[in-house]
Ligand binder design. Structure first.
Ligand code: FES
Length: 102
C-alpha cells in the first residue's frame, strides 16, 4: 500500500454528502456519513454499476440499480442481490484535508 495522498478538502464533502474523485485512474467515492469520511470504489460488486447516485444513510450506501446496500466502513454487502464487498480505502484527515491511502 502506498502512502496517503490528499484528495479533497473537508469543506468539499459536508455531512450527508458524497463527492466523486478519480485517483490513479480509479473512481473513488468520498462519503460523509455518521460524522466520518469514508472512501469506497464507485462500483457496485453486483453488476458493476456506479454507486455515486445511490442513497446514502447511516454508514451505508445503496446501489441505485438493484438496491444492494454496502457498509461504508468495511465495503461488506448488507443485502442481496450483491454478495461480494466493494473496495474501501483508509481515510485520514490532516487539518482540513482528506487523505486516502490507495
Ligand atoms: S448493480 Fe448494484 S445491486 Fe445490481
Amino acid at each position: 500500500m502506498s502512502g496517503f495522498v490528499a484528495v479533497a478538502s473537508l469543506a468539499e464533502v459536508p455531512p450527508g454528502s458524497k463527492k466523486l474523485i478519480e485517483v490513479n485512474g480509479v473512481e473513488v467515492l468520498l462519503c460523509n456519513s455518521v460524522d466520518r469520511i469514508f472512501a469506497v470504489e464507485n462500483l457496485c460488486s453486483h453488476a458493476e454499476e456506479k454507486l455515486d447516485c445511490g442513497r446514502m444513510r447511516a454508514g451505508w450506501i445503496a446501489c441505485p440499480i438493484h438496491g444492494a446496500r454496502f457498509d461504508l466502513a468495511t465495503g461488506e454487502a448488507m443485502n442481496p442481490p450483491a454478495t461480494q464487498p466493494i473496495q474501501t480505502w483508509p481515510v485520514r484527515i490532516s487539518g482540513d484535508v482528506i487523505e486516502i491511502a490507495l
